[in-house]
Design a protein around this ligand. Sequence first.
Ligand SMILES: *Cc1c(COP(=O)(O)O)cnc(C)c1O
Length: 444
Amino acid sequence: MSEPLLYHSTRGVTSGARIDEVIAAGLAPDGGLYVPEALPRLDLAAFDPHGSLADTASCLLMPFFAGHALADELPAICAEAFTFNAPLRPLPHHPGASMLELFHGPSAAFKDFGARFLASCFRRLHRKDPRPLTILVATSGDTGAAVAAAFHRQPGVQVVILYPDGLVSPRQAHQLGCFGENVQALRVSGRFDDCQRMVKAALNDAALQAQRPLSSANSISLGRLLPQMAYYAHAALRWHHEHHRPLNFIVPTGNLGNALACLWVREMGLPVGQVELTCNANETLSDYFAGAPYTPRAAVATLANAMDVGAPSNFERLRWTFPHDADLRRQVHAHSVDDATIRDTVLFHAADHHEVFCPHTATAMHRLDQLKGAQDAWTVVATAHPAKFESVIEPLLGRPVPVPSALAAMLNRSAQAEPLEASDEALKRWLLDSGESIEARRAS
Ligand SMILES: *Cc1c(COP(=O)(O)O)cnc(C)c1O
């Protein structure tokens, strides 16, 4: 058997980590993002083209886990995490094109896949480390709900969610605040980038960590990124089995987690063809891919709020994957789609095709529309159910969007969130104070 795969940080200081350590930690100690020493190469013949999504996930992820603590349990972890499908649905009005629907999980967005996989891993890792763990999540809306749903009532785990106050949809805010028990929502008076910075600062604070062990469940965690590869592999393998050619993807993009998963699947040798990224009016990536130097900036608020990111955290991993700018710009392209175009796209497809998409998915639909006669073998990645973004979609259409049952169940519970100032110090104080009250409750 070959040597187990080890992991190092994109910043190069941390090296030789095992997958269980990587998943437990979230962020590398040097502040970088964990990556494998090299991406494994996979053999198409190793996959069962008629297997389930969980089977594909297990086969795909085994090289990342082989030789490490969780390897034996990987099939069970995948079976627990991948309990709903990611169907590839033909788009009747776009010959040869399809939609990869990633919104059939409990929170109705693709983040459910990664969050549930991470929770399954943590359940097993936690058996080995009995100290209570606090999972910090910065969210522009959807991550928080997925992580909350995945970890709700999990013993030994507290979840603290930070979201930008007023910048998520009312239904998203409700989803974040409706869990209670071991899940606490904080509404931060700032933007998503502030929430993300505060979480990173807390995770890098050794003194704080000594008092209250912390981990992250953000898209920076490899424990979320790796399982996201499964639905790309599954769709591409099925397509290839039927059509004997690769499948091309258009991926709505914010922090680059979902898109990177797609690109890694292609790097590993599976039949993913071209990959296009669509962004909203946050143009950091589209400017870079048009040839400008990479320039992170403050995020602007758009209709596709889960993509309101000005400094995509996974860019470090993209650079690691394709270190030379010219090569990176050949591997993938990015297009920015403004709010007016998102509105037009939603309206056009609802009126002409009776199809309703969420605002994020609409950015990718717009790109598909631009491909006109060349849509064959292209797939639009549908990242969320439109009912999650009712405040954008319903006024446009002038009618309600039917709510999937899991989402409806969440919306029937009451919800609450505490306000928090957008400073690193404020989060630290909150964690120490609430940590003490957890201790006090336990002692009494
Ligand atoms: C998170 C999210 C995105 C962006 O995904 P990244 O991995 O951050 O690029 C797009 N659409 C929806 C609905 C999301 O929740």
